[in-house]
Design a protein around this ligand. Sequence first.
Ligand code: FE2
Length: 433
Amino acid sequence: MRGNKMISSMSMANASLLMAISAIIWAAFNSDVASNIRPPPQETRSITTDSHSSTTPQQVHISTVGRDHMRISWITKKPAPSKVEYGMSSGEYDSSAIGSCTSYRYFLYKSGHIHEVVIGPLNPNTVYYYRCSGHSSREFNFKTTPPQLPLKFIVIGDLGQTKWTESTLQHISQVEYDMLLLPGDLSYADFWQPYWDSFGRLVEPLASQRPWMVTIGNHEVEKIPIIHPTPFTSYNARWHMPFEESESPSNLYYSFDVASEVHVIMLGSYTDFDQGSSQYTWLEGDLKKVNRKKTSWVVVVLHAPWYNSNMAHVGEYESVDMRKAMEQLLYDARVDIVFAGHTRVYDGKANKCGPMHITIGDGGNREGLARKFMDPKPEISIYREASFGHGQLQVVNSTHAQWTWHRNEDNLPKADDSVWLTSLISDLDCKPQ
Ligand SMILES: [Fe+2]
């Protein structure tokens, strides 16, 4: 492990005690460890060094807000202005916006100053240059999403921060894409909060350039009875997603439109999902609002896979009961694709008039791959492999999209699995109910 100022600022005794408590809590409360036998971790953590000054913006990431705005998020160790300056030429910032700042405590840990500013209106498919907190030494840039198809998503779950994560990010950095979708399990901090900071620094080069739209996995819960009973504290403070704009009551589930023809719904596997729950009611209303005459594709992103031909995570409540509660809603609305993570594997399935279920939990986490598959392979499973990698969804037009999966060991241009998808509303047999 390399140096980390936040860790070194604590006494070694405190750090050792906290690490031991974290390990015990993790083993006691996380079903990942308790319920599955998997190969030992193949790679150690890759912890980024914090070399920034106390007011230098770090951990910068962006997320789309509404049709033409972007939320910029970053952290400073000491107070600094929650201000973003931006423009279409490097070093020339003709616009600016002011936002807000928050922080949180987690046991003995106190976060830095977490800033967020929403900027816009922005032109589509345009590169903007920006700086945060007026800090001139760090200029970032991002590209807004195109106003219409084609559109390319990167999809990657269970990212973590290992050498495999670095490999995955390196592969993604070579891709011309418009938006990244992350179906849960981001940092694998697992209660040890400085690892959230390390993760923020690790993903910053990519997450500051394209919208990273994320949802929760089990590693985001971080709830400790009595000591820290509030779940999702770090996730909610650091990864504010545009839930308000989709009239969701919670940051744990939300939706948004991209390129006028794609509606993306991010669901929360680790919050209430039963019929009558807030999430269920919201999802029902959100799907009703989708105008399928204009919206060719509906994509759902969640963490615990509803269909899984791997032996890991079989029969978990969040998979089985969430599917029982919500599957009919998705089927009736002719949702095209459901992306899931959680199982450290790539697994694709198909179902006539129902969504294609793709498990893509192979970003690079520290728990190792889930190598044991059901045997024989269930008929509905098309392709499955226990390797680290990432997926790309190229939505070409209103009727066709191409999904490709890329193994980390291979050169990027090689697609190790590829399938063409036809939008369900273009199939006369699958008109929405
Ligand atoms: Fe998970």
